[in-house]
Design a protein around this ligand. Sequence first.
Ligand code: SF4
Length: 66
Amino acid sequence: MTDIGKEKKIIDIDRRLCIVCGACSAACPNEALIIEGMNLEFIPERCRPCGQAAIVCPTGALTCPR
Ligand code: SF4
């Protein structure tokens, strides 16, 4: 598991499960998750966190500790 936003422990992503579908990026109200080509980028300073991305992820790749 890759820990993105590790410094704040905001959200975890399992890159083995991520299919880069963009659902989390579309759901995030603060543009904290961005699709760049075939990669999912996370911008921790934009994350509240609200947990919406983890709810909509179809593969369970995202985990929001809060
Ligand atoms: S919703 Fe899940 S599978 Fe889709 S891009 Fe985001 S982390 Fe990856």
